[in-house]
Ligand binder design. Structure first.
Ligand SMILES: Cc1cc2nc3c(=O)[nH]c(=O)nc-3n(C[C@H](O)[C@H](O)[C@H](O)COP(=O)(O)O)c2cc1C
Length: 414
């Protein structure tokens, strides 16, 4: 079983850090469904921002099942070390360093995956942060910065020498952003050479894929991100398959209704009435994507301005669904991704200065990651996402990989 420092995880299934998604309510839910571990959304290392509302929500670990892992993103070794100390004092039992985020806003500051361009700096960051705290420090990164110059083998060696307790690798380069497919061959190479736990990440969306990735990489664990959006029970499905070789039936509609209403309740209590209602929208959209009559339902749901109204329409939708089907059944629906028949609400369309933002109907040509649009760098392409029955398709406002994610609607208390 995988060990991170003194912590032995119950199973090899880890929730990927996702800014705007993996807040405390979502991490708790995934752990309830059997995830062995979860990493927080990335947090800024800028001490001036520690007290802002977003940072406080992200650094809230109250009541979370151990081990609590706080992810930090930055580029200055000393600032990262200070942030690590701050998070440990705040309750973190593991500190995770982000060297994987491809977002321009982050990379422009030479943070996230941009760090992979400067191996000396990588080494200094790892050494400094590991020395700064007496809890395990983990690293999450990509194969490299550009295709053809993947340096993950050297980075992994540095990580091991620095005393990093576990290394999670997303099988893409920064250049790939989220395009193409995750590659697992280099993760296997790293695993062959490493004596620290290796966690494989990228495009794992079914129990069979999880097993395949564990088999081909030899990794100690897999990390699942987008496929858990609106489908936190994926950890139960994967865990069951790994243990028995059998696939569970889809969850009962009645259970999903309860899970979603419980999730909403947690979000409302965590974020409060105004933000709770707005943050919940993307989760509801993910849960219902591909289900019967869900497009019409979502329009109705987006119009709700109160948590009570939102919970009421969700409840009514699932009660109606229950009359049709006992178990969750996805129908083939047009992907709410690139839809040329819809006017695009993409903020990149109206503001040429913007490089990334939240939208429901992105423009063809942009990189689209779960309701988040990124203007492509030269040569980057993003094929329209194919609608897949289980993969939660983008539908509602979601944060993506940014230390300061896309703004949510202003809340009354600032
Ligand atoms: C909306 C979104 C937000 C993300 N935020 C973070 C983050 O805060 N820190 C990080 O290390 N990776 C972040 N990632 C990357 C994921 O952790 C993961 O590496 C990536 O999505 C690939 O895994 P998947 O195919 O299972 O989704 C984010 C990804 C998405 C889609």
């Amino acid at each position: 079983m995988i060990k991170i420092g003194p912590y032995t995880l119950d199973n090899p299934l880890i929730v990927a850090p996702m800014a705007g998604v993996t807040d405390r309510p979502f991490r708790t839910l995934c752990k309830h469904f059997g995830a062995g571990h979860a990493v927080s959304e990335m947090m800024t290392v800028d001490a001036a921002l520690y007290a802002n509302k977003k940072s406080l929500f992200r650094a809230n670990f109250e009541g979370e099942l151990a081990p609590v892992s706080a992810q930090i993103a930055g580029s200055e070794p000393e600032m990262l070390a200070e942030a690590a100390r701050y998070q440990v004092a705040n309750g973190a039992q593991i500190v995770d360093i982000n060297m994987g985020c491809p977002a321009r806003k982050v990379c422009r500051k030479l943070a996230g995956s941009a760090l992979l361009q400067d191996e000396d700096l990588v080494k200094r960051i790892l050494d400094t942060v590991v020395a700064a705290v007496d809890v395990p420090v983990t690293l999450k990164t990509r194969l490299g910065y550009v295709n053809g110059e993947e340096n993950i083998l050297r980075v992994a060696e540095m990580a091991e020498q620095a005393g990093i307790a576990a290394l999670a690798i997303h099988g893409r380069t920064r250049e790939q952003m989220y395009t193409g497919q995750a590659r697992y061959g280099l993760i296997r190479e790293v695993k062959r050479n490493a004596s620290i736990p290796i966690i494989a990440n990228g495009d794992i969306d079914t129990p069979q894929k999880a097993k395949h990735v564990l088999d081909v990489t030899g990794a100690d664990a897999v990390m699942i991100g987008r496929a858990a959006q609106g489908r936190p029970w994926i950890f139960r499905e994967v865990g069951h398959y790994l243990q028995t070789g059998e696939l569970l039936p889809p969850p009962a509609v009645a259970e999903v209704r309860e899970v979603l209403l419980g999730h909403l309740d947690d979000l409302y209590r965590f974020y409060g009435e105004y933000s709770g209602c707005r943050i919940a929208r993307k989760h509801i959209a993910w849960y219902t994507n591909g289900l019967h009559d869900s497009n019409a339902f979502r329009q109705q749901m987006y119009a709700q301005e109160s948590t009570a109204g939102q919970a009421r329409v969700v409840d009514a939708y699932f009660r109606a669904l229950l009359e049709r089907d006992e178990r969750l059944s996805y129908i083939d629906q047009a992907s709410p991704g690139f839809d040329s028949s819809q006017p695009s609400d993409c903020p990149l369309n109206s503001n040429p200065a913007l490089e990334e933002g939240v939208c429901n109907t992105p423009l063809q040509g942009n990189i689209f990651v779960g309701a988040y649009c990124i203007r492509p760098l030269h040569g980057e392409i993003n094929p329209p996402p194919a609608p897949t029955p289980h993969a939660p398709a983008p539908a509602a406002a979601a944060g993506a990989c940014t230390a300061n994610p896309p703004p949510e609607p202003p809340s009354p208390d600032g």
